[in-house]
Write a protein that binds this ligand. Structure first.
Ligand code: GLC
Length: 408
C-alpha cells in the first residue's frame, strides 16, 4: 500500500473506532469515493440527509487513482474493524473482495427481478461465485474523442489515428493523449488497443494468450506513439490530466471515459461544441472494443449498520440521483431507462450510440487475483512506454508473470 493511502486509512480507522459508528444518536456510515469534481456525490449525501435525518453519511474523498482507493479499503478490511459499512467498488475489485469474504451478499436486498432495470454488464460485474455483491451506480466504457473543427471525420484504424495525430500536432498541441501513467487506467487503455488488434490477455479457458503476435503488435503501436504522435508527458497522465490537455486544446485526440464529454461542454470550456466521441479505432478487419469500467455499492461483511448502508445504497442508485450525478459529474447511468430520458438526451445526443458501446464493452480478466494480473501489466506496459523495455520484452515478461498468477 502506498504510504499516503495507508496513513489516510489508519486515520479514518481511528476516527471510526472513536466514533464507534454513532454520532449525536445518529447512525454513521462511511465510504471512500474519488475526488468529487462535479459535486454530485456531495449532493447525493445532502439529499439523503434530508430524507433520512437519523443517518449520517461520511464521504471520504480518496486519491484520484482507483488503485490507491482500493488499497484504502483493503487496508481497512485487513486491519479487521473496517470503518466502511458502504463499499464503493470499481468493477474489477469485486472478485477479490468477495473471495476474501469482505463483502455481504446482496441477493436478498437486490434480487434478480430488481437487476433487470440495470445494464447487464454492470450487474454481471457484481456477481462472484453465484452471489451478487454490488449495486451498479455508474457505468463506463473507454471512447475516442476527436476535434470536429480540425478534421472532417474521425479515424477508423490504429494506423489512421497515429497518422492523423502526427499531422495535427503543432508546437502547442499534441496529437493523441491517453492514460499512460503506471496505474489501472493504463491497463484499460491498453486492452482497447489489444482487443482492437484481435488479441487478449486470457482466452476463454483462462490460458494466458497475451504473448501472441497481436499482443506485441498492440504494444508496439502504443509505445511508438510516445514522443511522436503522443506527447512525452502522456506517461504521467491519468484521466484528469488527459482531459485537461484535450479540453485546453492541447491535443487533437483523446482516449477517455465518457464523463469527459460533460466537462467539455461546460461554460468556458475552450472546446465546447468542437468535440466528437466515437468507439476506439481498430486494426483493419478487426472490431473496436471498449473496456468496461464502472462503479457500484456493496456492504462490508462486518458492517455495523447494514440496514442504514442499504438505505443509502438504494437511495443513491435511484434514477433521480443517477440523473443528477450525470448532469454534475458526467457519470454514466446504469439504469437503462435513463438512456431514454429527454433531459439526458438533450444534453447528450450521443447517448444512443454510447449505449451500444456500453452493451458491447468487454470486462477486464475476471479473476480473484486481478490486481496482481493488472500490476504485472502496469509495470511492463509502463516500462515499454518509457522505453526501458522493448514491446517484445514487456509482453513476454508480463505474460510470464500472469502465468504465475493464474497457475496458483
Ligand atoms: C474509471 C473506470 C474504472 C477504471 C478506472 C481506471 O474510473 O470506471 O473501472 O478502473 O477508470 O482508471
Amino acid at each position: 500500500m502506498k504510504k499516503t493511502a495507508f496513513r489516510f486509512a489508519i486515520a479514518v480507522i481511528a476516527t471510526g473506532l472513536a466514533a464507534c459508528g454513532r454520532d449525536d444518536g445518529r447512525t454513521v456510515i462511511r465510504f471512500v469515493v474519488q475526488p468529487d469534481a462535479g459535486g454530485g456525490f456531495r449532493e447525493i449525501v445532502e439529499r439523503f440527509h434530508r430524507a433520512r435525518p437519523d443517518i449520517r453519511v461520511e464521504m471520504v474523498e480518496g486519491p484520484a487513482s482507483t488503485d490507491s482507493r482500493e488499497e484504502m479499503y483493503i487496508g481497512a478490511f485487513m486491519a479487521g474493524d473496517s470503518p466502511y459499512d458502504v463499499v464503493l467498488m470499481d468493477v474489477v475489485w469485486v472478485p477479490k473482495f468477495a473471495a476474501q469474504g469482505w463483502l455481504a451478499p446482496l441477493d436478498g436486498r437486490f434480487p434478480e427481478a430488481a437487476r433487470g432495470a440495470f445494464l447487464p454488464g454492470d450487474v454481471q460485474a457484481g456477481i462472484w461465485g453465484g452471489k451478487c455483491y454490488r449495486v451498479p451506480l455508474r457505468s463506463d466504457a473507454g471512447m475516442l474523442y476527436w476535434r470536429t473543427d480540425l478534421m472532417a471525420r474521425p479515424p477508423e484504424t490504429f494506423a489512421e489515428l497515429a497518422e492523423k495525430a502526427r499531422e495535427l500536432k503543432t508546437a502547442d498541441r499534441g496529437g493523441f493523449v491517453f492514460q499512460g501513467k503506471q496505474y489501472e487506467g493504463l491497463v484499460c487503455a491498453f486492452l482497447e488497443v489489444l482487443w482492437g488488434h484481435g488479441g487478449d490477455v486470457l482466452d476463454a479457458q483462462g490460458n494466458v494468450v497475451l504473448d501472441r503476435p497481436e499482443g506485441v503488435e498492440a504494444l508496439r503501436w502504443l509505445a511508438a506513439l510516445v514522443g511522436d504522435a503522443a506527447p512525452e508527458g502522456v506517461t504521467t497522465y491519468q484521466e484528469e490530466e488527459a482531459r485537461a490537455a484535450f479540453q485546453e486544446g492541447r491535443a487533437a485526440f483523446m482516449r477517455n471515459w465518457p464523463y469527459a464529454w460533460t466537462k467539455m461542454q461546460e461554460a468556458g470550456s475552450p472546446v465546447a461544441g468542437k468535440v466528437g466521441i466515437v468507439p476506439m479505432v481498430h486494426a483493419p478487419g478487426k472490431a473496436s472494443a471498449a473496456t468496461l469500467g464502472g462503479w457500484g455499492f456493496g456492504i462490508s461483511k462486518t458492517a455495523k449498520h447494514p440496514d442504514a448502508a442499504w438505505a443509502f445504497i438504494e437511495f443513491a442508485t435511484a434514477a433521480e440521483q443517477q440523473k443528477m450525478l450525470n448532469a454534475k459529474n458526467g457519470a454514466i447511468p446504469t439504469r437503462r431507462a435513463l438512456f431514454e430520458d429527454a433531459d439526458i438526451l438533450k444534453a447528450n445526443p450521443h447517448y444512443p450510440d454510447l449505449l451500444k458501446v456500453l452493451l458491447a464493452a468487454r470486462p477486464r480478466p475476471v479473476h480473484a487475483q486481478y490486481s496482481r494480473i493488472s500490476q504485472a501489466l502496469q509495470r511492463h506496459l509502463s516500462a515499454a512506454l518509457v522505453k526501458k523495455e522493448t514491446p517484445e520484452e514487456a509482453i513476454r515478461l508480463a505474460a510470464e508473470e500472469i502465468r504465475g498468477v493464474v497457475a496458483k
